[in-house]
Structure formats: structure tokens, C-alpha cells
Write a protein that binds this ligand. Sequence first.
Ligand SMILES: O=C(O)CCC(=O)C(=O)O
Length: 351
Amino acid sequence: MATAAPGVRLACGRVVRQWERIWHHALPVPTICFPCGDNGAHCSHSSDPRPHINGMDERLLDTMRSAMQQELEHARGDKAPAATAPEKGWEDYHGWLRAIVKHHAASPLLLRGAVQRWPCVDPTHPKTWQGHERWLQLQDRDVALEAGVYTDSGFSMKSARLKDFVSYVIESEQQSAQFPASSPSPLAASDDAPLYLAQQDVDSLFPELCEDFRLPLHLDPTSLTQKLIWIGPSSVVTPLHRDPSHNLFCQVRGTKRIVLVDASRREPRLLPSLDPRRRNTSTLDLTAPTREIEEQSPGFCELPRFSTIVCPGDVLFIPRDMWHFVEGVDAEFVVSLSFMFDYTGPSRFRR
Ligand SMILES: O=C(O)CCC(=O)C(=O)O
């Protein structure tokens, strides 16, 4: 793909050349905007141009609209769930998700605002995760943290008290927003690499948070394989990797950039790790300029790739086996939930 180096315009009007990054010139992720109730072609809920959904028929969109309505009413507590599905049963909603899986086996799908009414996402709800209160209420316990990016040579695992980790993420947010830190965490001083509470089972680690969200999009509980939480400062990065289950990735707090690469026909270019525990992870560093990535893996930049920014309330469907890279992008600390699920059939790949 031929690309020109993009520039950034400074306040003085001078344009500074930037190195090309892998998400520049990526395809936008097909999107359905829940607040708009359509495919987002004329969406006013985001500044991004929203593409039409290719291959998603009207019946499916219709079912999506009913599911969306049901989701919003349920979240508002307007009606009991059973009474709000007069035309379609729960099986049809499951069918809707199945249809998404079928239509989007090779492409991601962004469901903008789909879980915006969850208590943890809603900034006005007493159980919101958008402020600091809910985090400061958590009972203290030991947590396992990743220090740095797990493909880096300096990577290590660390154990810390949750209380210290919470003050660390709050403090990192204040620092990136250039506020003075109020009460320094013992973790902050010693750690240059970001600490990430990554891919932990949310039910067992945070039982007190589990009422603040639900299974997204009428996900059939029997298809759920893992329910994971990710909490960290905005500087966290998860390297390019793939998973053996489908994923409804729900952004709860802060924003993340997700780049997805379709390498289904040309896998060797992704240079998977030779470490048997990391076979699902590429050794390529997608935070590097594309020039360097191309040097390491000639032709990589020609692989079809998608890029999107997920905000609180957004759900990104990531098809199983699709390579993806994730990083925090703003000053707020970031929290996400991944609902990994499997309907049928063996994955092409197992960890
Ligand atoms: O949010 C992240 O840092 C990574 C999420 C991810 O890779 C996943 O859910 O599969």
C-alpha cells in the first residue's frame, strides 16, 4: 500500500512530519451506531465517517434494532426483560449475534454505544466506574500485574496490593493530565514500564463489581468461555496477537485504539513468537514506524487492516483468530471487559 508520511499541524501553523504508523490508512471498522439505531452512515455520535455495513441484510438490522431497544429498556429498568421481547424471543437475539458472527467471520464490527447504559459506563449511576469512588471502595487484596509489554525483554510479572495499584492508575491519570499527584503510590516511583492488570477473570477477582455490568448483547451464557477485565494507565499496550474464541470487547472507561490485521492467507509475515507459551503473539512491534515493521516483515503493510478507537459504551466484535493490537490513547486510565465466546466448530488455532 503506497502511503505518504502524515503531518501534524502545530498551533503556529507549522506542519511537522510524523512517521507513518500502522493504523494510518487502515480501513475503518464497519459500525452500527446504537444511539442512532442504524448503520451509522449519518451518525452524529462520532466525528468519524461511519461506513455502511456490507453484507448485513435489513432483517438482521431489524433484529438488531429490537435487541437494542430491549437492551436500553432493560438498562433503564422500564420493563421486566421477559415483557420487552414481544415480537422476538431470546433465541432470536442469540440468533442475531450468531448472524453477526456469520457475516463478520473475517471482519470486525463496532457496535457503538451498545452498552452505554451499563451502570459502570453511565457517569450518573451510583455504581459508575467513570470517577474514582468505585475504585477506592474495592476491598484490598493481592493482584498480579504485568510490568511492561509482555513481548519486551524487560517484561516481568509483579504482585501488588490492589489499593496501591488503584492509587497508581489514578496517579498516572493525574500525571498524564498534568495535575500534581495527591498521594504517591509506592508502585509509581519504582516503575517506568506501565503496570497492567491484564486478562484477569473478573468474577473471581472483583466479585463486588459484577453487578455493574451484564452479558453484552444477549450473549448466550452457555457460549461464554472467559470474562476478562483489563485495568491500566493510558500508556498500556497489548501486542499483536490472536485468540481462539470470538470476543465482544467492551470499552468501559477511557479510550483505546485497536488495530486488526487480516492475515488469514499470509500468516508467516506476522512473525509469531517462537516461545511455545506465546505462539499466538507476533514479535512485530506495531508501535514502531511502518518503515521499521516493513524492514522486519516485508509486505506486512499490504495485509488488510482495520483500525478504530473504542470509547466508553462501545462494543467491538473481534472474530476469533483475527490478529489485533491494542493501546490506550488518552489521559484517562483505561478499563475494558472482554467476553470471549464460542458458538460452534473448532478454531483454526489453539493457544
Ligand atoms: O485491552 C487490551 O489491552 C487487550 C484486549 C485483548 O487483546 C482481547 O480482549 O483479546
